[in-house]
Design a binder for this molecule. Structure first.
Ligand SMILES: Cc1ncc(COP(=O)(O)O)c(C=O)c1O
Length: 415
């Protein structure tokens, strides 16, 4: 995989001049093109919808773009629902996939007409007491030991807190049918950042078989299957892009064999991908503020792990471009660090990079999903702004830099 930056050097310096560093830059054109490509690949399907995973980059300006391109929104919390509403996304265009759901969240989801995806059979009672029984309901399935061979958020399905076991699922559908639900869906989320098409196709086959089994055992017809998110993106030079065509062909084959031939169609086919939609189209732009030579050589950035905790949390690799030095020999080995009092506040460890000096601009790739969104305020660091480069190539501020006033606002006055 080759990593390039879609903006000119002049534009990047213009953004730095106006908004300072560190700054998260997002590429609207790239996001829209990825969505066109996604829907193009699955164009054989009568109904296909990706509910963009709000958690990946919960900026309502991003929801406007994904919504405008025909994507729904996968929300998992009350604030995400409120932001969906801000962006004008309501009704069936929201899938509410929460777990350990707090009181009040179903109320908002119901008010917006969202499709509610229950994580557990015990949530039926909770839902009924809070908002009553909706016309459509979905359940999240956790196959546990019944489905092996898939990296499920870094562990086996049976170790995960999410979803409902198979026998519980049958009871849940029977109960919901008795309570008068009219339309039924099923959901699973089996893997994260997966680049292997075969794993996806295996999940599609598993889910379609389950649709038939649910009908046989409970009489409930499933009309919506949501395969969750988890389509991966290349983070590393040695990674290949996910082969969406092969996924699409596998899905079509499974749909024909297990759904159409058995008279179970039509079924709405849904996903909840976030990372693959915006991930590659974000760039964290940061200035080198110090260098240090001790047991290793260090590059000190003005960004830190609050701007992207993935390397610290998962030892994740993010490619780095040094602006203007793209073609220089990468003959220096550096640890690239932030300024937190945490030794894992490192964007890269022992990375081969061009010789670097203070004031060089580092661009950290794949910053569009699960980076800024995961940051906090550790060490009282202020969070960086997000700038969208629009279709016209104009930089537009879509989230301002956090200020000291923002940070201090929540403290009660000192006596
Ligand atoms: C339930 C659910 N749906 C969708 C997603 C989005 O995953 P991704 O952004 O990797 O596609 C996640 C990620 O954690 C998730 O937990």
């Amino acid at each position: 995989m080759q990593f390039t930056v879609p903006f000119s050097k002049d534009l990047i310096y213009q953004i730095i001049e106006e908004f300072g560093t560190p700054v998260h830059i997002l590429d609207e054109r790239g996001i829209r093109e990825t969505i066109h490509n996604f829907y193009g690949v699955f164009s054989w399907a009568e109904y296909i919808k990706n509910y963009y995973a709000a958690k990946a980059n919960p900026n309502p300006h991003i929801f406007r773009i994904t919504g405008d391109e025909g994507m729904g929104l996968d929300c998992s919390s009350l604030p995400e629902l409120v932001k969906a509403e801000m962006a004008g996304i309501t009704g069936e265009n929201i899938m509410f996939t929460s777990n350990n759901t707090a009181y009040g969240e179903y109320t908002k989801a119901n008010e917006l007409g969202a499709i509610i995806n229950l994580d557990d059979i015990n949530m039926i009672d909770f839902l009924e007491r809070e908002v009553g029984i909706p016309e459509e309901i979905s359940f999240r399935y956790n196959p546990g030991p019944l489905q092996k061979g898939s990296p499920y958020f870094g562990g086996d399905p049976e170790d995960q807190k999410y979803g409902t076991m198979k026998d519980q699922l049958f009871d849940a559908y029977r109960l919901m049918a008795e309570k008068g639900v009219k339309r039924f869906g099923i959901h699973t989320m089996f893997h994260s950042n997966c680049l292997n098409p075969e794993i996806f196709v295996g999940i599609y086959e598993m889910m379609f078989s389950l649709v038939e089994e649910i009908l046989e055992k409970t009489g409930v017809p499933i009309t919506r299957v949501n395969f969750g998110g988890g389509m991966g993106i290349p983070y590393n030079l040695k990674d290949e892009s996910l082969d969406l065509n092969s996924i699409s062909k596998g899905l079509q084959r499974a749909y024909d064999e297990k759904i159409v031939k058995r008279g179970l169609d039509p079924i709405k086919l849904c996903f909840e991908n976030g990372r693959m939609i915006t991930g590659p189209h974000g760039y964290l732009v940061s200035r080198v503020i110090h260098t240090k030579e001790i047991y290793r050589d260090y590059i000190g950035l003005d960004a830190c792990m609050v701007d992207n905790p993935r390397p610290a949390m998962y030892d994740a690799y993010h490619h780095i471009t040094v602006l203007g030095k793209e073609n220089d020999p990468h003959d220096h080995v550096y640890d690239v660090v932030g300024s937190l009092c945490e030794n894992n506040d490192k964007f890269a460890k022992e990375r081969e990079l061009p010789r670097t000096k203070i004031d060089d601009i580092y661009i950290i790739h794949n910053d569009g999903a699960h980076t800024e969104a995961m940051g906090g305020n550790y060490n009282d660091k202020l969070r960086s702004p997000q700038v969208l480069v629009t279709m016209d190539g104009i930089p537009k501020l879509i989230k301002r830099r956090e200020t000291m006033e923002d940070l201090l606002r929540r403290y009660t006055p000192l006596d």
